[in-house]
Design a protein. Structure first.
Ligand code: NAD
Length: 271
């Protein structure tokens, strides 16, 4: 049988290191035959992303700080010198000041609200706009979200609002790009310890809580994320668009603490 992603080319945005969700996705796609290109946010990330991309046989690595006007458009133009067309794009980019990922949501500053929305939501809209010009019919865009967009999760604050906007953007974009046969979906992932996640207050408590209360009684892994992304980026999901698909060990369906869930001691340092 032909590997699922054989002959498909795609751009991965958001690898910071080998703990990144984007890296879990990249490895899974490469193992199914995909050809990959990568972006990195700034110079300190370059030295990590280049060896990782090389380990998957890719030499196409581009700088892209999404706060810089024109940066996303430039990536697709640069990529077009090597590839005429694309089959998928993964957007795994988010940021908010960690001082505002704790405490009261209503204390969110204007500056951090705008910056969080720009990096975590608008950058995906720009990616869709410029990337779709190179996308083959049947192509697929994927962005990453979190349950904090749907329900209140302690400390997720302004990032929850940005993820809600991101998921709604996915639905509107699915309508726009569906006419070209291009699909747009969100993967709503359970909690995993990464660089971005370590900025969220009481993150270890969140990890412990979801492990105790998710129907599968565990947290998800990078492999779980990679396999769900493979589904949404391959022809296996050819009839699926505008969807928010949960890969969270079932946590989003739960309405109450599990009867067998042990108590968790909250660490004082992070409250
Ligand atoms: P990560 O820190 O590995 O990845 C976040 C990426 O965002 C990094 O590569 C970083 O360089 C990039 N980024 C930040 N600011 C940027 C900018 N100005 N320009 C370009 N790139 C920028 O952490 P992660 O957890 O793998 O995050 C990837 C995505 O997954 C994010 O959208 C995050 O919200 C989402 N997510 C994470 C979890 C989790 O528990 N880790 C759960 C659900 C969703």
């Amino acid at each position: 049988m032909k590997p699922l992603m054989q002959g498909k080319k795609g751009l991965i945005c958001g690898v910071a290191n080998d703990h990144s969700l984007a890296w879990g996705i990249a490895k899974e796609l490469a193992s199914h035959g995909a050809e990959l290109a990568f972006t990195y946010a700034s110079e300190p990330f370059k030295k990590r992303v280049i060896p990782l991309s090389e380990s998957l046989g890719s030499s196409l690595v581009f700088p892209c700080d999404v706060t810089e006007e024109g940066a996303i458009e430039r990536v697709f133009q640069d990529l077009s010198h090597s590839w005429e067309t694309l089959d998928f794009v993964v957007h795994a980019v988010a940021f908010s000041n960690k001082e505002e990922l704790r405490g009261d949501f209503i204390q969110t500053s204007r500056e951090n609200f705008l910056n969080t929305m720009l990096i975590s939501c608008y950058s995906f809209i720009e990616t869709l706009k410029h990337g779709s010009a190179f996308m083959n019919p049947g192509g697929s865009f994927l962005t990453l979200s979190y349950f904090g967009s749907e329900k209140v999760v302690p400390h997720y604050n302004v990032m929850g609002v940005a993820k809600a906007a991101l998921e709604t953007s996915v639905r509107y974009a699915a309508e726009d790009l569906g006419k070209k046969g291009i699909r747009v979906n969100t993967l709503s992932c359970g909690s995993i310890k990464t660089l971005a996640a370590s900025g969220i207050g009481d993150f270890r408590y969140i990890l412990q809580w979801s492990q105790n209360n998710a129907p599968l009684r565990r947290n998800i892994t990078l492999e779980d994320v990679g396999k769900s992304a493979l589904y949404l980026l391959s022809d296996l999901s050819s009839g699926v668009t505008g969807e928010t698909h949960h890969v969270d060990a079932g946590y989003n369906i739960v309405g109450m603490k599990a009867k067998d869930a042990p108590d968790i001691v909250l660490e004082k340092t992070n409250q």
